[in-house]
Design a protein. Structure first.
Length: 457
């Protein structure tokens, strides 16, 4: 009988266009499950394994036939949380004072307000100050769908809680159901001379990272662990203090104000020199800067160009601002947790699993694109969405299961060598996947954003 982890891996690998038999040769190790009615640990190890399988194929197709990919279930699940343990200091809170779930007049709604401009939009609609009790009183006077629409129209981020059946009937839910998990297509011709080094497979590959929060940074963190030179670009003033020590591991970070002509020129120069672009801006954002898909391809014909969206690329919500926690509310995940566990409030997944799984899928897409370019000289364009990953998880079924819980991470799971980041010393979780016996390895620790010039090494 095929297990859920292997079923998830098979679906991801089929969407990537890989050889059908390859997933059967991945070896899963470890045991236990995160506490969820959904198969979150199965999704975790499957998505990590997909990225490992794509790396093995890039390095040497024979590795795929030699059980060269080993993915650890417990470590994969742990990396879906936080992969570091601060030593002598604490991470800042993950959420601001306003973000969270609120009871509206006819149901639940989640406000995502970590970004100052998103918080300002929600408070402007509600007509209150940034004080949680005042926000709760104001939300209680709105219908959830109406408030969701008003906050989104104002430039904010919100999601009313829907059940899976309601999402299946919603026009956006129908659009997601009719779309593939991902698309990956050849585009352009312009490869440079490069071959992977089995010791550091992506050494010499330049990855331009235009992503934030979790999904895209997870992808580029994996690529950095494979040896790529990753340069992350953020706008002035952007801060993710809870995430940066974990998600900037192995990367160089810089800031550009793309409203300035000289900074935009820098970005275009970096883009022309990149091998891989990973971006998660709203679909029209780069186009407004004169960098739509055709313009990017003209600058760099051999580019491996992969991107993500929250709610999908078709349907009335294509391009809507969104985050993992909002998609969980929209797609029926939080409602199913509340209902099946008998809770009195939305019950999401124990980790931001849509973000992390999508990140490893994005990494696999980039690696498949590099392998295609090495064979044919063609570039690649790929797309996926958090809502598509939610669909994958929902298709795996839900129910209260008697799972063996994952043991808490022990010191033995963490690298015994203290790593001095830009925030302080940390210990890192051991990597969740090995290819030909070699784990991921990062050349540099995490450092604060803005600590490097916007140039390649």
């Amino acid at each position: 009988m095929t297990t859920p982890d292997r079923r998830f891996l098979t679906r991801i690998w089929q969407a990537l266009g890989g050889a059908p038999a390859a997933p059967d040769r991945v070896r899963f190790t470890g045991a236990g499950s995160l506490p969820s009615i959904f198969a979150v640990s199965d999704l975790a190890v499957a998505s990590v394994a997909a990225a490992g399988l794509a790396l093995a194929e890039l390095v040497d197709a024979d590795l795929v036939d030699a059980d060269g990919v080993v993915a650890d279930r417990r470590l994969s699940s742990a990396w879906f949380g936080c992969a570091l343990r601060p030593q002598g200091w604490d991470l800042p809170p993950a959420w601001d004072a306003v973000a969270g779930d609120y009871h509206a007049a006819d149901g639940w709604i989640r406000l995502h307000t970590n970004a100052p401009h998103h918080r300002a939009a929600a408070l402007r609609v509600l007509g209150v100050a940034a004080e949680r009790a005042a926000v709760a009183r104001a939300v209680a006077g709105w219908a959830a769908d109406d408030l969701e629409a008003a906050v989104v129209a104002a430039g904010g981020c919100a999601a009313a809680m829907r059940g899976a059946d309601a999402w299946a009937q919603h026009p956006q839910g129908q659009a997601v159901a009719a779309s593939p998990l991902l698309t990956l297509e050849a585009a352009g011709q312009g490869a440079r001379d490069w071959r992977p080094d089995p010791a550091r497979p992506l050494a010499g590959i330049r990855v331009l990272d235009l992503t934030r929060v979790l999904a895209g940074p997870t992808a580029t963190r994996f690529l950095a662990g494979c040896g790529a030179q990753v340069l992350r670009i953020d706008p002035p003033g952007w801060e993710e203090p809870n995430l940066e020590p974990d998600m900037t591991l192995g990367k160089r970070c810089a800031r550009l104000d793309l409203r300035r002509a000289d900074d935009l020129a820098v970005l275009k120069r970096l883009l022309a020199q990149a091998d891989v672009l990973v971006h998660g801006y709203r679909p029209d954002a780069l186009a407004r800067l004169g960098l739509d898909a055709d313009s990017r391809r003209a600058l760099n014909p051999g580019l491996v160009d992969v991107c993500l969206d929250a709610y999908g690329w078709d349907g009335p919500w294509a391009g809507r601002r969104g985050f993992d926690s909002l998609v969980q509310m929209s797609a029926g995940i939080a409602e199913a947790g509340m209902r099946l566990l008998g809770r009195d409030k939305p019950t999401p997944l124990p980790v931001q699993a849509l973000d992390h799984a999508t990140g490893y899928i994005l990494a696999a897409m980039a690696l498949r694109g590099l392998a295609h370019r090495a064979r044919t000289g063609q570039g690649t364009v790929g797309r996926t969405a958090l809502a598509s990953t939610a669909r994958l998880l929902l298709d795996g079924g839900a129910g209260v299961v008697d799972a063996t819980p994952l043991a808490p991470e022990t010191d033995a799971d963490f690298n015994p060598v203290l790593e001095q980041t830009g925030w302080g010393p940390v210990r890192r979780l051991a990597p969740p996947v090995t290819v030909a016996g070699a784990p991921l390895a990062w050349d540099r620790p995490a450092g604060p954003l803005g600590g490097a010039a916007a140039v390649w090494e």
